[in-house]
Write a protein that binds this ligand. Structure first.
Ligand code: UDP
Ligand code: MG
Length: 329
């Protein structure tokens, strides 16, 4: 798809979701501008290539920075969401609204080596539709981040969700891949699981993950757990199946137990079993039942949210509009 055009006619759009990123934005823009210059100079993309910052309802000066940035340099554009929609939805808002033949998504905090974008674009010119950025090493991540990330990928694999190991949301997609992604209507977004389902010609580029340039992670443990749960319940029915298995095992055990009790009564004159044999199973079964109900509830809640068909993101304004002079913010 991408290689059907001449290289210098390929417009690149870089989508950067930003949530309270005032500390990193100036540096991020500086580096991305330098990168764009190089790409244009090497004739890999057109001079009409742009960086699109998606402000995910930031409470700090992120949007003001984006606006002044776009006034100073038209290669920077902004999309402002009405409120905080979460990383995945902010990303989707960017992917679905920006023009361009090749679309790269990258975090605002410069943790992912932006040089890799050059390789991604070259691969796209060679015919790849999706190029996944994969972290080679995580030494620069904090210990807890590394451990939780490891657990996350292992758990997902266990649950049968096909993820690309150590790939987050740093990737290049062709226009065709984006158009296909629009046919996935799910509200419970987990792009990392979704995009491998697109198919087309894909490849992987590796890089070393850096430390966050400034500011702090917008993914505290609570959000990481919620992302993992969302990923599992959006892509896998394994937890539901585990409940069935658990139920079956409990049934078999209690049947055996019942038979044993009958045998005890008929064939021996053993003492009356103590209260433990009654209370323990009550608590155990109570716990198992609550767990099972909760899991079913998780899926039911997902179905409920999907049936509402609510919009996945809401755009308040864009810099494009204000620079055209049609609307001001
Ligand atoms: N982000 C966002 N909305 C949110 C949370 C995060 O758009 O509700 C953005 C954030 O600005 C950053 C990216 O998503 O560009 C990844 O967040 P972060 O770097 O904090 O996550 P981590 O690298 O720690 O997993
Ligand atoms: Mg980060």
């Amino acid at each position: 798809m991408a290689n059907s055009k001449h290289q210098h006619e390929t417009a690149l759009s870089i989508v950067v979701p930003c949530y309270n990123e005032e500390e990193v934005l100036p540096e991020t823009s500086r580096r991305l501008a330098a990168l764009l210059d190089r790409l244009i100079e090497d004739d890999l993309v057109t001079s009409g290539s742009r960086v699109y910052f998606v402000d995910d309802g930031s409470a700090d000066r992120t949007w003001e920075l984006i606006e002044s940035q776009s006034q100073a340099d038209p290669r920077f554009q902004g999309i402002k969401l009405t409120r905080n929609h979460g990383h995945q939805n902010a990303l989707l808002a960017g992917l679905f609204t920006v023009p361009g033949d090749l679309i790269v998504s990258i975090d605002a905090d410069l943790q992912d080596d932006i040089e890799v974008i050059i390789d991604m674009v070259k691969r796209a010119h060679a015919g790849d539709d999706i190029v996944f950025g994969v972290r080679q090493a995580r030494e620069k991540d904090t210990m807890s981040k590394r451990v939780t990330a490891q657990m996350f990928y292992k758990l997902m694999r266990r649950m049968g969700v096909d993820l690309i190991y150590n790939h987050a949301d740093y990737r290049l997609m062709s226009r065709q891949a984006i158009e296909i992604l629009k046919d996935f209507p799910e509200i419970n977004l987990f792009l990392r699981g979704l995009i491998p389902l697109i198919g087309l010609k894909t490849s992987v580029v590796e890089y070393d993950r850096e430390e966050r340039f400034a500011g702090e992670s917008k993914y505290p443990l609570r959000r990481q757990i919620s992302l993992a749960l969302n990923g599992i319940t959006s892509f896998s029915v394994t937890p539901l199946r585990m409940i069935t298995t658990l139920g079956l095992v409990m049934f078999l055990i209690s049947t055996a137990l019942g038979l044993w009790a009958i045998w005890l009564r008929l064939a021996t004159d053993a003492v009356v079993p103590g209260w433990a044999s009654i209370t323990v199973p009550i608590f155990l079964l109570g716990g198992v039942q609550l767990l099972a109900l909760g899991t079913i509830g998780e899926y039911l809640a997902k179905t409920y949210m999907e049936t509402k068909r609510r919009p996945r993101f809401l755009i308040e304004t864009t810099t494009q509009k204000s620079s055209d002079g049609q609307a001001s913010t």
